[in-house]
Design a protein. Structure first.
Length: 303
């Protein structure tokens, strides 16, 4: 144990207490308009980026920006190896930035970019790309690796699967989460969208999920062929229309595992990862609550 781990673990537990929780999210969801919900949320820890008068889209983006800020602060309190693990998790926001860059390159309105600072991997170079082909070339020359194609789908899938592999290597305690997420991603592409995975993505999925899983002819067969660490995400799902159940199960497990990690008594990566998990789950819940408020409010929302 080092002083940095003591400070980082203590900070992680303090940050985790800044989530608003289910009860407050339900109050947000019960608001009769997005404007009122945003005003309520601005008075919570999400007020770091959420401001009164923001639109629904602006407020939902601001919720994620607050999550990113908390994780960047947390990384700064940790020893080198802990900070690096958090920066690997934060690469999700670089994927989100690239998604929005692709929108802009396609002439579609996009959200602002997330400020990554030292948590960025290749974003300073990626943000200057003027075409999808240039974007692929830049990714290939970075830690992300070649996504396997210059199309929107190849880039987006390639980055997600590359991120999953990096998290599995760098943050072993999150391995079941990222492998379950990768299984759901591959299942949605193959069985809900009825599309073959791009070659590069397919090879990465084989390495992560087990031989034969991505070639399975049905969801039950895919679940059977998955590695045990990934199989839980598709358990008992036999219809592509029910994949949403796997996604809800995924978030439930991440949040429950996060709480368990936070409850540990040690000063280590455990509570740090736990804080990241519960903060991410809270942000997702709050974004859903804002959406319900924008639709007129829901007093009985199960979020």
């Amino acid at each position: 144990m080092t002083a940095a781990w003591v400070a980082g673990s203590t900070r992680a537990r303090a940050l985790a207490r800044r989530r608003v929780g289910r009860a407050a999210a339900r109050r947000v969801a019960a608001c009769p308009s997005a404007g009122e919900a945003v005003a309520v949320l601005a008075g919570t820890p999400y007020g770091h980026d959420v401001r009164r008068g923001q639109s629904l889209a602006e407020a939902q983006w601001a919720v994620l920006a607050t999550l990113l800020w908390h994780l960047r602060v947390l990384a700064g309190w940790l020893p080198r190896e802990g900070g690096q693990a958090i920066r690997v998790l934060v690469r999700w926001f670089e994927i989100a930035n690239v998604d929005e860059l692709i929108c802009r390159l396609s002439g579609v309105p996009a959200d602002p970019e997330f400020v990554l600072g030292s948590a960025g991997t290749a974003w300073p170079r990626l943000r200057r790309c003027a075409s999808l082909a240039e974007l692929r070339t830049t990714l290939a020359a970075s830690a992300w690796g070649d996504p396997g194609g210059a199309g929107r789908r190849e880039i987006q899938l390639g980055m997600r699967v590359a991120w999953a592999g990096r998290v599995a290597d760098a943050v072993p305690a999150a391995g079941a989460w990222v492998l379950g997420a990768t299984a759901l991603l591959a299942a949605r592409e193959r069985h809900a969208e009825a599309r073959d995975l791009p070659a590069g993505v397919r090879e990465r999925c084989r390495a992560l999920l087990g031989a034969g899983a991505v070639e399975a002819a049905s969801l039950p067969e895919m679940a059977e062929r998955l590695t045990p660490t990934a199989r839980w995400a598709l358990r008992d799902i036999d219809d592509p229309l029910r994949l949403w159940e796997g996604e809800e199960r995924w978030w439930t497990r991440v949040e429950e595992d996060g709480r368990d990690l936070l409850a540990g008594s040690g000063f280590s990566m455990g509570p740090v990862l736990g804080a990241a998990a519960v903060l991410a789950a809270d942000a997702r819940r709050v974004r859903a609550a804002l959406e319900l408020a924008a639709r007129g409010g829901d007093h009985d929302a199960l979020i």
